[in-house]
Design a protein around this ligand. Structure first.
Ligand SMILES: *[C@@H]1O[C@H](CO)[C@@H](O)[C@H](O)[C@H]1NC(C)=O
Ligand SMILES: *[C@@H]1O[C@H](CO)[C@@H](O)[C@H](O)[C@H]1NC(C)=O
Length: 300
């Protein structure tokens, strides 16, 4: 009887032991798409998923879908509170049995700053490497060009941002307003930006954000050297316009976020955890050979 109970207990535990303890398989990857895109477009995230699976056999790749359908997922990249999106993603990651041993993540464009919020807010399961592909870590001040066929949406977005990027109505609904960073209205940004100012510790220091970000093994930032869509491209390496004007940019190392080390980025930099990669080409124009040579190593 006792032996039977023991056996049953062991059998119940077996999947847990094998599942959580088995580190022989590749580290899973979580992907978050950019503006106007979706989880599963075969020409964008579907393609990335496919080439990663080819290069790393057996890898589990989760391309995040925000909402229940692909159309909703695409719409939510324009019109949903980003804090709610991050909460939803954290919930998905916590429940996914394949991710419980930890994962790497790769965000495209705005997905890059959204996944950083996940790293800062949701330490479990642990994120190992965060790869931001053209992400706007210090936000944007302008939409010089918009991707693909969504130009009418972009015209509307510009109008909303002009009308009042930091009003409650616009902040709550328009994704791009939530990482709108106006260097001429730095105080308004710090006070009313519901997403970016929060994760960038503009309203005081959340020690957990700092601790969780510093727990990353590597934070890789890819900047497109000929980017005509992101204003300013320096934001892809966590730099931005020097406050009070919109011409001259400063690198991360000259921002107060770094010198005051409000987010742990200075310590991460000194520990060799920040990786700054530059690639020739316009926004998200990633040559596949470059991807293999420079990104795949961080997924292995
Ligand atoms: C561990 O994971 C690998 C890859 O997923 C699998 O092939 C192997 O059978 C697993 N080992 C055990 C003991 O479950
Ligand atoms: C892209 O930008 C880099 C760095 O500024 C420059 O050296 C290169 O010539 C540019 N390439 C093209 C195709 O414009």
């Amino acid at each position: 009887m006792a032996a039977l109970r023991w056996l049953c207990g062991l059998l119940l535990l077996l999947p847990l032991v094998l599942g959580a303890g088995n580190r022989t398989g590749p580290v899973p990857l979580v992907i978050w798409h950019g503006m106007g895109d979706s989880c599963c477009n075969p020409a964008s995230m579907g393609y990335i998923k496919k080439i990663v699976e080819e290069k790393i056999p057996g890898i589990y790749v989760l391309s995040l879908k925000i909402g229940t359908t692909i159309i909703e997922d695409m719409e939510n990249s324009f019109f949903m509170n980003v804090n709610d999106q991050v909460t939803q993603v954290c919930d998905t990651l916590t429940k996914d049995p394949n991710l419980q041993g930890g994962y790497n993540s790769m965000g495209f464009s705005q997905g890059g700053q959204f996944l950083r919020a996940v790293a800062q807010r949701c330490p479990s399961p642990p994120m190992f490497n965060l790869i931001s592909i053209g992400g706007q870590q210090q936000g944007v001040y302008g939409f010089p060009r918009c991707p693909g066929e969504s130009s009418h949406i972009c015209d509307w977005i510009r109008k909303m941002l002009d009308l009042g990027a930091y009003t409650k109505a616009v902040q709550g609904r328009l994704v791009q307003a939530q990482y709108w960073h106006d260097p001429l209205k730095e105080e308004e940004y710090q006070k009313y930006s519901i997403f970016l100012a929060d994760i960038n510790q503009e309203r005081g220091i959340n020690e957990l954000y700092k601790k969780n970000l510093m727990a990353l093994k590597k934070f890789v930032m890819v900047k497109f050297l000929n980017d005509t869509m992101v204003d300013p491209p320096a934001s892809e390496w966590f730099g931005f316009y020097r406050s009070g004007q919109a011409k001259e940019t400063v690198p991360l190392q000259e921002t107060s976020l770094y010198t005051e080390d409000r987010l742990g980025l200075q310590q991460m930099d000194k520990a060799g955890k920040l990786v700054f990669l530059g690639v020739e080409g316009d926004h998200l124009q990633l040559p596949v050979e470059w991807f293999y040579a420079n990104i795949i190593p961080f997924l292995n």
